[in-house]
Ligand binder design. Structure first.
Ligand SMILES: Nc1ncnc2c1ncn2[C@@H]1O[C@H](COP(=O)(O)OP(=O)(O)OP(=O)(O)O)[C@@H](O)[C@H]1O
Length: 358
């Protein structure tokens, strides 16, 4: 069931158009990640959904209720939108206990004390915080504070939970755990969550659907696997994954197959630029690091390269490869001696874009 509909949202700030027509829908029991480079408009879009910014153009419908209509000059305040909000900083009140932090908004809305206590205790128990209800935020770890912030948003029983970089203040281990339990929580509660993040692994692991933003536009949307393996632009290809970016000349084109090359090397690739590329164009190829396999034995179809160095990364080795002006990284399970090696790079993994595409 569709919980959130965002249609053609456009927003100007300080005389600049920050959002240039964002449209998407989000379903109950799913997580949508807003992913994109710094300044691409993720937070502004989230704030528009929350009612903290008023877009000049567009419509937003939450749970079947229109909360924004630019044309009709309708803009409901945040408290009438049936949303929960969690900020990066958690924004807990330092002089209120955990249960006061979680229940305060209900008190402002005139909910009876008995009902507040029941609802607050229920959500704290659910998040494993029941025993901490009388503590102050300063007496909690970062991870516990983050859970309290999420409890405070969930206690309203919102239809849509809006999360602005909620994991960025946690250390790497806690962050990985939090991705997992936040996802489970949203699915269990059967609500819908919008997650702003600049961290691709967070979006890939937690979201059902990823919206990739660039300069105030949603330039690609899809499931994590789709967006990772089927990018529609250089920006999308480059934004996700660990990549080799290769500058080259287009030597020949045959349909979507291309031969690219440079100083003393050439590679078969696949054109992924929607506008196409032409022979002798300047091109950029994106090759995911995991798509290159390296052998110290001659391999049919392998590109002979020089291994400049093998670097130990703990769980694997990183190879630094070079041939003329083609420089690349690859991974493997064991250390290889420097010198001549053979790199196998499938042509469907050499994604060719025009050098001019942004
Ligand atoms: N109040 C404002 N006045 C003018 N420009 C603003 C204002 N708020 C944000 N911007 C600009 O809007 C653009 C989008 O900002 P936004 O915070 O939405 O991006 P973001 O994708 O969330 O970035 P980040 O990942 O760095 O938080 C930026 O260029 C920013 O400078």
């Amino acid at each position: 069931m569709t919980e959130l509909v965002v249609s053609n949202v456009q927003k100007w700030l300080g005389g600049l158009q920050i959002l240039k027509g964002a449209s998407f829908t989000a379903q109950r029991g799913s997580i949508v990640a807003l992913l994109g480079a710094s300044g691409s408009g993720k937070t502004t879009l989230l704030r528009c959904i929350a009612g903290l910014e008023q877009p000049e153009i567009g419509q937003i419908v939450i749970g079947g209720k229109t909360v924004l209509d630019g044309e009709k000059k309708l803009a409901l305040p945040p408290e009438q939108r049936n949303i929960g909000l969690v900020f990066q900083s958690y924004a807990l009140w330092p002089h209120r206990t955990v249960k006061e932090n979680v229940g305060y908004g209900l008190k402002l809305r005139g909910v009876t004390q008995a009902d507040i206590e029941k609802r607050v205790q229920a959500i704290l128990e659910r998040m494993g915080l029941g025993h901490l209800s009388d503590r102050f935020p300063s007496q909690l770890s970062g991870g516990q504070q983050q859970r309290v912030a999420i409890c405070r948003a969930l206690v309203y029983e919102p239809r849509v939970l809006l999360l602005d970089e909620p994991l960025s203040n946690l250390d790497a281990k806690l962050r990985e755990e939090a991705r997992y339990w936040i996802r489970k929580l949203i699915l269990d509660l059967e609500i819908c969550a919008i997650l702003v993040t600049h961290d691709q692994s967070e979006a890939l692991a937690a979201a059902d659907n990823i919206l990739l933003l660039q300069d105030g536009r949603i330039v690609q949307q899809g499931g994590p696997q789709e967006i990772y393996s089927n990018p529609n632009s250089f920006y999308s290809a480059d934004f996700l994954g660990a990549n080799n970016i290769v500058k080259a000349k287009v030597k020949s084109i045959n349909g979507r197959s291309a031969v690219i090359g440079g100083d003393n090397w050439s590679l078969d690739g696949t054109v992924r630029d929607a506008s196409g590329v032409n022979p002798s164009d300047d091109a950029r190829a994106v090759i995911r690091v995991e798509q290159i396999s390296v052998s110290d034995q001659p391999e049919a179809g392998g590109l002979e390269m020089n291994l400049d160095d093998s670097i130990y990364l703990g769980d694997r080795w990183e190879y630094r490869l070079r041939r003329g002006d083609f420089v690349a990284k690859a991974h493997g399970a064991r250390q290889l001696a420097t010198g001549t090696v053979w790199a196998r790079i499938p042509s469907e993994s050499v994604w060719v874009f025009s050098a001019g595409q942004r």
